[in-house]
Design a protein around this ligand. Structure first.
Ligand code: ADP
Length: 498
């Protein structure tokens, strides 16, 4: 160990003697051991050296002017840092035994009587130097071991952090305290090729996001912002992590997809705007009719009250239908849509609805294809709503005309109702969502509210049935709505009429 030990890590030996000649002799004897030799010519000097450095051993001359060797030894033992420091007393041959044993009382580990044999002195000292070096080696090794354990722990917690974040269904970025991005989890990497969070931000919002990020790094304060990542709206949050000593460690930026929430709130906003508009129109007509009536101005017109009342009734019916639809939606959403079942003829009901709607659909020919009565057990009032909605939609979304066909048939206990039009059709990605409340496939252009099909589906499902839409999405090729309902009769054979 000694030969390979670097100079700065060598064991130090403190040599204390008031005579320079003795010190020189000691140095010459001990030099081959390769230790660092520090000389002190008085007790005071020795104590000062002990305060400044760490020693493996002290060679202490007992007989010194001022503080003698025994007093120095006492002070060494009193100081906790040096309490266990080995001491070899150097004493003259003439010292009596009592004085030498005094050294033992002070806890000295050994003594040598002058003039000493250089080989014996070197041998004794080398034992202590070896002991010191070995204990230092053990200390270093255990420190190394602790460091390795620490590193392994850090590695495994880093690994745990990464594998946990990899599985999270939200974007996560990690940056150092200077804002340099170091890592992006799987979800984040799907948004951009780079680990840099800003690369994932939509170009339109990137400038704003970069400024928020810059301010956050400068202030160390958490931030929150809404921006589009990969075309979808996200809520982005950034928090600076601090260590146990509150020193900044770096940043964690996370992004949660809020696209659906945004859409929902947009749909709600649009819906509110439409509903208030739809209610205001008939209300203002009603008001316009009632105000002159109250002002008693047009009593001379013979048909005046009937005409006014007809307008008021028509507009009030419109409002009450809207409010009725809203109530139905609320009931469907709460799972409280009640149906009163009875046996009736769906074909007859379909004929009635077609007849009723025909005048409004003058530009479209409506053909009813039923092979005879289709008896079933259900709520005729509610199923009339279904038919009305489907046929009215077929008319509304066929602005260029085209034949509308309503088919109604029963087969093996199941009733199949189909409404086919040749209108504008429905885009493929909207075929499922149009059955959700407030969802419209064609925006404001056709004046609907997006409530009808949600109610239709609610009613059909409450009857234990299903509904689906089929369309190529091409204008003129139209749409088909297929409703399947259980006939719900005791014996479907007796009622089979097709
Ligand atoms: P709306 O009152 O808007 O018509 P619905 O719930 O009845 O509400 O329909 C939802 C959306 O489905 C409509 O806004 C329209 O875009 C689409 N849709 C419904 N029926 C048809 C159809 N026959 N042809 C084309 N699109 C339709």
């Amino acid at each position: 160990m000694s030969a390979a030990t670097p100079p700065d890590q060598r064991a130090s030996i403190l040599l204390v003697d008031d005579r320079q000649a003795n010190l020189t002799a000691l140095c010459a004897i001990l030099e081959p051991l390769g230790a660092r030799l520090v000389c002190a010519q008085s007790g005071t000097e020795a104590l000062r050296q002990l305060l400044n450095g760490e020693f493996a051993l002290v060679l202490l001359d007992v007989q010194m002017p001022g503080i003698d060797g025994f007093q120095v030894a006492t002070l060494i033992r009193q100081r906790p840092a040096t309490a266990h420091l080995p001491i070899i007393f150097l004493t003259a041959v003439s010292r009596d035994a009592a004085q030498i044993f005094e050294g033992y009382e002070h806890g000295a580990v050994d003594y040598l009587v002058k003039p000493f044999d250089p080989i014996i002195l070197r041998a004794k000292v080398s034992v202590f130097v070896d002991l010191y070096n070995k204990s230092r080696l053990i200390e270093r090794q255990s420190e190394l071991l602790r460091q390795r354990e620490r590193e392994a722990l850090e590695r495994s917690s880093e690994h745990r952090f990464r594998s946990a974040t990899e599985s999270i269904a939200a974007g996560i970025w990690v940056a150092d305290d200077a804002g340099q991005f170091l890592y992006a989890n799987r979800c984040a990497r799907q948004l951009a090729d780079s680990v840099d969070f800003l690369a994932a931000v939509d170009e339109a919002e990137r400038g704003g996001a970069a400024e928020v990020w810059r301010q956050a790094i400068a202030s160390g304060r958490p931030f929150e912002l809404e921006c589009r990542l990969g075309r979808r709206w996200h809520l982005v949050r950034g928090v600076m992590q601090v260590g146990e000593d509150t020193a900044p460690l770096g940043w964690i930026v996370s992004a949660a997809d809020i696209e659906e929430l945004k859409q929902l709130s947009r749909a709600k906003d649009a819906f509110l705007a439409i509903v208030s508009h739809e209610l205001r129109a008939p209300l203002s007509v009603v008001l316009a009719q009632t105000e002159p009536a109250l002002a008693d101005r047009r009593r001379d017109e013979p048909d005046y009250p009937d005409r006014v009342l007809a307008v008021i009734r028509r507009q009030t019916q419109k409002m009450s239908r809207l409010v009725g639809d809203l109530l139905d939606i609320a009931r469907i959403q709460a799972g409280k849509l009640s149906i009163n079942k009875e046996e009736f003829d769906l074909a007859e009901l379909a004929a009635e609805v077609v007849e009723r709607l025909r005048p409004t659909g003058e530009r479209c020919a409506i053909r009813l294809a039923t092979g005879g009565p289709v008896r079933m057990c259900g709520d005729p009032g509610r199923l009339e709503q279904v038919l009305t909605n489907l046929v009215a939609n077929a008319i509304r979304y066929s602005p260029d005309g085209g034949e509308i066909e309503v088919t109604c048939a029963e087969h093996e206990g199941a009733v199949h109702l189909v409404v086919v039009d040749h209108g504008i059709g429905i885009p493929a990605d909207k075929l499922a969502t149009i059955f959700d409340a407030f969802e419209r496939a064609h925006g404001d252009a056709y004046g609907g509210l997006g409530l009808g099909l949600n109610i239709v589906r609610g009613i059909v499902e409450q009857h234990g049935g299903t509904i689906r839409a089929v369309s190529s999405g091409k204008r003129g090729q139209g749409s088909e709505f297929h409703v399947m309902l259980p006939a719900g009769l005791a014996s479907s054979v007796t009622s089979a009429a097709v």
